[in-house]
Structure formats: C-alpha cells, structure tokens
Design a protein around this ligand. Structure first.
Ligand code: 7TS
Length: 406
C-alpha cells in the first residue's frame, strides 16, 4: 500500500477542528493520539447494540459482550505476538500495568538487599512504583545512566547487573527524547543475570513492530489511548509462567474460583488479574484501533514518521538558537527542543496561538530533565496523520515565537 497521510487524515474527525481561528496542527501525540472514526463508531455501536456485563449472564447480550471482549484479547495478543491471549491482562493503562507487576511480582520476588534497575530515561510511572516496592522491601533502586545524546550507557548497565538484581524495567522508546533503546540486548543481559524484565512499550507499539516473544520480554506494558484507541484501557502482557506464579493484585468479582470465609481460591489467567467489571467497551474498541493500525501497516507508519522526524529536525536545526534535546542515533517520532534564553512554556503558548499543539515541561521525566540541567523542553511528537505541511507550520511557528520572545 502507498502511504497517503492526506487520506488517513480524513479518518480522524477531530483534525478538522480549528484552534484560535487556525486549523489544528496536532503534535502532542506522545501524550495521547486522536481517534479514527471507526474507533469512535465502534464505541457508539457497543453502547447502542452490544452493552452488557461480561463473564456473567446466560443471556444473549452478555454472551455477545463476552465474545467481543475475548476476541479483542485475541486480536491484541496477535498484534504483539504473545503466545496465548491468556497472557494479556486488561488494565487501565501502562501506569496500572507497571503498578500491578511492581506490587504482585515484586511482592514475591524482591527481598531485603535486592535490587531493581530502571533507567534515567524513564517516565515517572516506571520509576515511582519501583521506589515504593524498594522502600517496602528494603531493596534498592539502581539507575542506568544516560549520555549527552540521550542514549543509555549499556556498558554501565552491564556493571549494575548482579545476582542481587531481581527486576529490570526500561522503556522501549523514550517519551521525552524519542530515544529507541536496545531492549533486546537489555533483556538478554538481564536474563543472563537471572533477572526478569518489564518493558514499558507506551511509546513503542504505535511506532514500531513489537514482538514480545522475539524480544523475550517477561512483561510488556502499553496504553490504548496512545495507539489511536480509547483512554482507560491498556495491556499488561506477561509470560504465563510468571503470571501464574504471582499473587492477585486486587480482590473482587471475576478473579475468584470459589469464595468462602475459610479459604478463597483464585481464578485462572487472565481473570485472576481482572477483578471487578472491567472497561468492557474500552477493551472491545481497542481491538478496532489495532485492526486499523494493521491495515495501514506499522512499517508504513514508521517509515512516514521517520521521514517527518528527519525533515522536522533538519528544518528546525536551521533556526538560530534552536537546541535539540536528545539526538540519539536511533530515534522515533519525538522532537524535543529549547530556544536559547526562552522558557519552553512561552514557546508552547505562542505555538498554541497559531493552532499548533505541543507539550511543554518535564513530560513526567523530572530526573531526566535534571540530568540535562534544563527546566523542561518543548516537545513535538508525531503520529501517522501528521504531514510535511504541518511540520512547516511548526517551523514557522517556532521562528515566530523566537522573534516575539527574544
Ligand atoms: N510510559 C511512557 C513511556 C509514557 O510515555 C507514558 C505516558 C506512560 C508510561 C504512562 O502512560 P499512561 O497511559 O498510563 O498515562 N506519557 C505521556 C507523555 O509523554 N505525555 O503525556 C503522557
């Protein structure tokens, strides 16, 4: 298929919105992506024709909702090449997925004097749950350092690994800088040391081909809303053997086999980790987003985004006083930058006046910003529906902001 961003744009109703009298240029895709009409329609269809609770009733609609919910699990499992649909747990998002692992797997695997390794590139949601765990267990948190280009120091990582290391948790693609981390290598080395690995794929599944079995990831987490799906739904993938060995994360309906006041027994995977009524509509609609991505082709999406990333980086770099933050050799979809002497928030506010949506600030990566000694960045993040014209608009907006603010 020939990639045609203009054609794709027509699938996203919100891209016709005007902001401050200007056509919206949406470059805040790392925060959340917009939704194609078929995803929106699937949500309306669910509540108009299919709504019921799952795994409960004997009636027609309950059966229908359950089938759609479980089919969705299959579609998403295939998308990341999981071994079995049962290895996918529906959660609220990446944050909840990481908390589940830190809380449940952490409970049985981490003890006093043990170590958990994260990287300096992590989102707060892949730092704080591990800190809480380490505090509770008397374990310590170790950090893989990052170089001036925003790449992980793999040699230093090798030295951090030891028999004390129980868990390594890193992202596949950095939300702040766009660095693509060598996760296959990170996983291999962790396994050699006897540790398990959680990959935060929140910024990876929508930009690159993810194969959890090829990576040999033990856990893999991502959010529906960053991959053209709804908010409130995400996935925790875990190897069956690990998930089976873990205690429940939350107690309630659906996660049990039998309940008595003397002894309760737990349900099998994946239900053991899905207490209570889940986000049924979210789970079903997420598979619609996955089908959409598959039809367009993740390689086509990645190719288009790479072109825009290179074009934007080179155009912006021509601007006097432009400073790119993060120039890793392997990068995806994120241009983080500063203008000399200008606060990122001010640049973002001027861009907003011209209809351009970017994010400014710390991007939930405060330790990383501290490492670079900066108050944050302006971040333009690219999705499949962005165009060269929009990148030109960003470049012109940045030139304008610079003139107005310096
Ligand atoms: N991990 C990474 C790498 C992320 O980029 C984010 C969200 C999360 C975890 C948390 O995901 P959630 O869906 O559970 O909230 N990142 C961003 C961002 O870059 N701007 O806003 C949210």
């Amino acid at each position: 298929m020939m990639f045609d961003a203009e054609k794709i744009r027509k699938d996203f109703p919100i891209l016709d919105v005007h902001v401050n009298g200007k056509r919206l240029v949406y470059l805040d895709n790392a925060a959340t992506t917009q939704k194609p009409k078929r995803v929106i329609d699937a949500l309306v269809k669910y509540y108009s024709e299919e709504n019921s609770n799952v795994h409960r009733g004997v009636h027609f609609l309950s059966d229908k909702a359950t089938t759609l919910y479980e089919n969705s699990r299959k579609t998403i499992a295939e998308f990341i090449n999981a071994g079995k649909p049962e290895e996918l747990i529906f959660v609220r998002g990446t944050t909840e997925a990481i908390n589940l692992v830190a809380s449940s797997y952490g409970e049985v695997s981490v003890g006093t004097g043990d170590e958990v390794i994260v990287s300096h590139l992590e989102h707060h949601s892949n730092i704080v749950p591990w800190q809480i765990l380490c505090e509770r267990k008397g374990a310590s948190l170790k950090v893989i350092p990052v170089n001036d280009s925003g790449e992980l120091d793999i040699e230093a990582y090798r030295k951090l690994l030891s028999s004390r290391t129980k868990i390594v948790a890193v992202n596949q693609i950095s939300n702040s800088l766009g660095t693509v981390n060598p996760v296959r290598e990170i996983i291999r080395q962790a396994h050699d040391a006897g540790a398990v690995v959680l990959i935060d794929g929140a910024q990876a599944v929508q930009h690159s081909n993810v194969d959890v079995r090829e990576l040999d990831a033990d856990f893999y987490a991502f959010s529906g809303h960053k991959m053209y799906g709804p908010t409130g739904i995400g996935i925790l993938y875990g190897k069956e053997k690990l998930l089976d060995s873990m205690p429940p994360y939350q107690g309630g309906g659906d996660m049990i086999k039998n309940v008595s006041f003397e002894k309760t027994t737990y349900n099998e995977l994946p239900y053991k980790f899905e207490a209570g009524t889940p986000d049924i509509s979210g789970a079903i609609v997420l598979s619609e987003a996955v089908k959409y991505i598959k039809e367009i082709g993740i390689e086509n999406i990645a190719g288009h985004e790479r072109e825009l990333l290179e074009y934007g980086t080179s155009k912006l770099s021509e601007i006097d006083g432009f400073r790119l933050v993060g120039n890793a050799k392997e990068k995806a979809s994120v241009i983080s930058f500063l203008l000399d002497g200008i606060h990122p928030y001010d640049t973002g506010a001027i861009l907003d006046k011209t209809g351009i949506a970017v994010r400014t600030g710390l991007h939930c990566t405060e330790p990383l910003m501290k490492r670079f000694g900066i108050p944050g960045t302006v971040r333009a993040s690219i999705a499949m529906y962005n165009t060269k014209e929009e990148i030109d608009a960003l470049v012109n907006g940045v030139i304008k902001a610079k003139k107005m603010l310096s």
